[in-house]
Design a protein around this ligand. Structure first.
Ligand code: PLP
Ligand code: COI
Length: 330
């Protein structure tokens, strides 16, 4: 299977904002946009995106998972980056139209169709370092995918990093700049300690990794940082916490310090996991901090992570009732 996110369908849906209005969305070849080299996005990073998935059920029908949450988050990101306002109904329809068009290309489980709505500021005006782009492009790309973490559900190694992933007030924005600013620490962690990911913990505050949220599971309790502006409000995080509540687990959304994490994570029965659209729910086996390695759960793999992942997948793949109304049939 090709690397995650490297295969695209031949077409995408595209809408253009100019003169204070959106154009009628159109189906266009993926390589059909051209940008002026002075475009706002290329200089001042006026870009945000979303990641959601469509799943094929055993009867062949195609279902998109929690589309409205992702549409709302792209609207929020666009607002926080001073990009033109995104019309929710228009974006929803663009997603439905492109997924319907490529329904035949949605892989069977465990694969899925990754959907990447993207919004970029296009105004050619390099003087606008402190002013928003008045024009933009909104497009929806599709990429058939398998597992994001090669090696499937192999427990990950995380390096705890004392610095922040991005500017503290921008973490909740799914913007390109946040990903670029996290790259150096991630590359260093790979080279130095063969970490799979970095867990950003500025001032001892356990936040998230470069591409997923972080959850600590301790017996019947699931602990994760309460929502604030400093990190991405994951749709998968919300889904997993909902499924945990459904099965009577105690869900604690609160501050989690590095000290508490390292103390509790090593105890027998403890588990740690990353949640995300691409990551689904992937177990964490090792935490690395100040040159020491901490084996999560004392090195014994727990079962709660796997069972919550299965519960989520069962809904996505139509094997369990969609009691929360998370799926939209295409
Ligand atoms: N945090 C970051 C930085 C991410 O890139 C992602 C992935 O999208 C997440 C968290 C998880 O968000 P979601 O579950 O909505 O995919
Ligand atoms: C997602 O999970 O949707 C993300 O944006 C992460 C990305 C690395 C694929």
């Amino acid at each position: 299977m090709a690397a995650f996110g490297t295969v695209f369908t031949a077409e995408m849906m595209l809408a253009e904002y100019s003169n204070n209005q959106w154009s009628e969305p159109a189906l266009v070849p993926v390589n059909s946009i051209s940008l002026h080299p002075g475009a706002h996005v290329l200089h001042y990073a006026s870009t945000c995106f979303e990641g959601l998935k469509a799943f094929r059920h055993s009867d062949g029908s195609i279902h998109i998972f929690r589309m409205d949450k992702n549409v709302a988050r792209l609207q929020q990101s666009s607002d926080l980056l001073a990009l033109p306002k995104v019309d929710a109904a228009m974006l929803r329809q663009m997603i439905l139209d492109i997924v319907k068009r490529y329904a035949a290309d949605v892989p069977n489980p465990p694969g899925s169709m990754y959907i990447r709505p993207t919004h970029i500021g296009t105004e050619a005006s390099i003087g606008k370092a402190a002013a928003p782009s008045l024009s933009s492009l909104l497009y929806v790309l599709l990429s058939p995918v398998g597992d994001y973490f090669a090696g499937g559900a192999k427990p990950l190694r995380l390096l705890l990093e004392d610095n922040a992933r991005c500017a503290p007030h921008m973490g909740m924005v799914k913007s390109g700049g946040n990903y670029a600013s996290a790259l150096q620490p991630i590359m260093k962690a790979r080279a130095a300690v063969q970490a799979d990911q970095v867990l950003f913990c500025p001032h001892g505050d356990v936040q998230e990794t470069g591409a997923a949220n972080f959850l600590l599971i301790d017996g019947n309790e699931i602990i994760t940082k309460a929502l604030d502006a400093s990190f991405l409000h994951g749709v998968t995080r919300d889904s997993i916490l909902t499924l945990a509540r459904d099965r009577g687990m105690k869900v604690s959304e609160r501050e989690l310090t590095v000290d508490e994490l390292l103390e509790r994570a090593v105890k027998p029965g403890a588990e740690a996991a990353l949640s995300g659209t691409a990551a689904v729910l992937t177990p964490v086996g090792t935490l690395i901090h100040n040159g020491r390695e901490y084996a999560v759960g004392g090195g014994v793999a727990g079962t709660t992570t796997a069972s919550l992942r299965q519960a989520l997948n069962d809904i996505q793949w139509g094997k369990a009732a969609d009691t929360h109304g998370w799926l939209t049939k295409v």
